[in-house]
Design a protein. Structure first.
Length: 105
């Protein structure tokens, strides 16, 4: 067995866990897919089209926003949601890098 000296940055670990938890929910993935198909969409259109309750939709969008996966743009009284594609790309790259290292061992 190898003797490894592993240092964990708790802040980065918590941030990573928050992002992965945000992405690991099927309803949030459905919301992300809907936003992706529309490029930019307001919350009313999201919950009406997906037939969700407004409060549940807002709760899931808050989780995605806090994780940095979606961004908001205010237009008058409406808030439009867009996907932060650079964040998604970074997450996918990190996961793939981790999996590649796991396969090497």
């Amino acid at each position: 067995m190898r003797n490894a000296n592993v240092k964990i940055d708790n802040d980065r670990l918590n941030t990573s866990a928050e992002i992965l938890r945000a992405l690991a929910h099927p309803l949030r993935m459905q919301i992300l897919e809907f936003i992706d198909n529309n490029k930019s969409i307001n919350v009313n259109k999201i919950y009406n089209t997906l037939k969700l309750e407004q409060s549940i939709t807002s709760q899931h969008l808050r989780i995605l926003r806090n994780a940095g996966i979606v961004e908001t743009i205010r237009e008058g009284k409406f808030i439009h949601y867009t996907i932060n594609y650079s964040k998604i790309a970074h997450v996918v790259k990190s996961i793939n890098g981790f999996l590649d290292k796991e396969n090497e061992e």
